[in-house]
Design a protein around this ligand. Structure first.
Ligand code: AMP
Length: 188
């Protein structure tokens, strides 16, 4: 299974990704996590990505593509993988398809966690009010990331629907309920 998991920031996608990867026994590859590791390691890529990530903007396609391409071609991905946070733009999706086509191992499944924008906005607002130590700045960045998602990443649903790969899953409910729906949609 070569799976892409889509869903807005704050949809619980990361949690679901970890559970799905375990269930299907495939590596969970999170582009955000890999970028944070690059930053922590002080690599040139991490240095270039930081300003974009701090603002809630997308890191330029060519940097992310290069990093993810290398990761996907590692041997542990030969029997499949779960991509979380990538692709995030149409250009990334097209370049990913081109890369995988070359290796005759195309994306087999795409699951899209469907959470209404109002619900996500309410979660961001509550987090801002909760006094959890998060600054207004963080709420602003979260709002920015959401805006970027609707503008640049949401169009990917259509891209994958047109290719007959998209499975839309209701993202409201408990972690277990959502996981159950995802598994059902992916095994169908
Ligand atoms: P995430 O952990 O997936 O929410 O990603 C955190 C941040 O990393 C995002 O806000 C972006 O700045 C950057 N990032 C992660 N994945 C990508 C991607 N596929 N393309 C561009 N930027 C990304």
């Amino acid at each position: 299974m070569r799976l892409v998991l889509l869903g807005p920031p704050g949809s619980g996608k990361g949690t679901q990704a970890v559970m799905l990867a375990r269930r299907f026994n495939i590596p969970h590859i999170s582009s955000g996590e890999l970028l944070r590791q690059e930053m922590a390691a002080g690599s040139p890529l991490g240095g270039r990505a930081k300003e974009f990530m701090d603002r809630g903007d997308l890191v330029p396609d060519e940097l992310v593509i290069e990093m993810m391409g290398q990761r996907i071609l590692r041997p542990d991905c030969s029997a499949g993988f779960l991509l979380d946070g990538f692709p995030r733009t149409l250009e990334q999706a097209q370049l990913l398809d081109a890369l995988l086509e070359k290796h005759r191992a195309p994306i087999s499944h795409v699951a899209d966690l469907d959470v209404p924008e109002e619900v996500i906005i309410e979660r961001i607002r509550k987090r801002g009010e909760s006094g959890s130590g998060r600054s207004d700045d963080t709420v602003e960045v979260a709002a920015k990331r959401l805006q970027v998602y609707w503008a640049q990443t949401a169009p990917l649903s259509r891209y994958y629907r047109e290719r007959g790969l998209l499975r839309q899953v209701n993202g409201l409910g408990t972690v277990e309920e959502i996981q159950g729906r995802l598994v059902q949609a992916l095994e169908a």
